[in-house]
Design a binder for this molecule. Structure first.
Ligand SMILES: [Fe+2]
Ligand SMILES: [Fe+2]
Length: 276
């Protein structure tokens, strides 16, 4: 099995957290933080791979303008995010090395024409995953203690906002020309995409609080709050946003909740709202 080895990232990012941030962490907290950032490093690597495929799909679908090139630039941004996450692993005293699991191919959607196929992937990547990432990273940035970590998360957040916005703009642009049949087909796809999103996010957001405030300050989030934020983002941003473009997202989300084992097995309330 190959591995992702980003040693030297702390020097590349010139990242120092300061002795105070690390002194407050006991060994359990420190290991929790290392595991968290190593997981993020892997997720960013996966995102780079997804955007690389998406850039090719946009070109093949004949999407006009500089969009394929912009998505190509997002690949480099996701690589930089992986390197920044690796830098945090290093300053916490861990090794930014992770075994690469076998990753499924990015879907080609051979049952659809090129535009429908690329719209499915843009919706899944930008309107769903990247939009959730924006909400979660913004919460982490606000909870971060060391100013250097706040800056690092702000830098990643700015890029993720661009990755999400890219998809929302594309969907808005194509929405008026979509036939009723295609809207319906995209609605059917949304059931699967929303189920996948919830399954993925909830598997990465354990239903437990952060072990300590010191751990939370270096990125080990409160899983309960993060789960509430996930559902709030789907309910209040993603579903209304897709509905505004004429896609039947509300019925798709309801169907995904009925379909998804996560809705009951994970003991979460899909209707949960953020209070703050
Ligand atoms: Fe990223
Ligand atoms: Fe991203």
């Amino acid at each position: 099995m190959t591995s992702l080895d980003l040693r030297g990232a702390a020097d590349r990012a010139d990242l120092r957290l300061g002795a105070g941030a690390l002194a407050g962490l006991d060994e359990f907290d420190r290991q929790s933080a290392i595991l968290t950032w190593r997981g993020r490093m892997l997720n960013e690597h996966v995102s780079a791979r997804v955007f690389s495929t998406l850039a090719r799909q946009l070109e093949r679908a004949g999407v006009r303008g500089d969009r394929p090139a912009r998505v190509g630039a997002m690949v480099a941004e996701e690589w930089r995010h992986a390197d920044r996450c690796a830098a945090v692993v290093e300053v916490l005293g861990g090794d930014p090395v992770v075994a690469l699991p076998a990753l499924p191919p990015v879907p080609e959607h051979e049952d659809a024409d090129a535009i429908e196929a690329v719209l499915r992937n843009v919706i899944s990547v930008s309107c769903l995953s990247e939009t959730v990432a924006v909400a979660l990273i913004d919460a982490e940035r606000r909870a971060a203690g060391p100013p250097a970590l706040q800056r690092l998360l702000a830098e990643i957040l700015a890029d993720e906002v661009g990755h999400a916005r890219f998809g929302w703009r594309l969907v808005e642009e194509y929405a008026p020309s979509l036939s009723p049949t295609l809207r319906e087909r995209l609605g059917d796809y949304l059931v699967i995409a929303l189920d996948d999103l919830a399954t993925h996010e909830l598997s990465h957001l354990p239903a437990r609080p952060s072990p300590s405030s010191a751990a939370e300050a270096v990125g080990v989030c409160d899983g309960h709050a993060a789960r509430r934020l996930f559902f709030a983002t789907v309910n209040e941003v993603i579903v209304p946003g897709l509905e505004a473009s004429g896609l039947p997202a509300l019925s798709a989300w309801r169907a995904a909740q009925e379909l998804g084992a996560w809705a009951s097995a994970q003991k979460v309330d899909p209707r949960a709202r953020m209070t703050a």
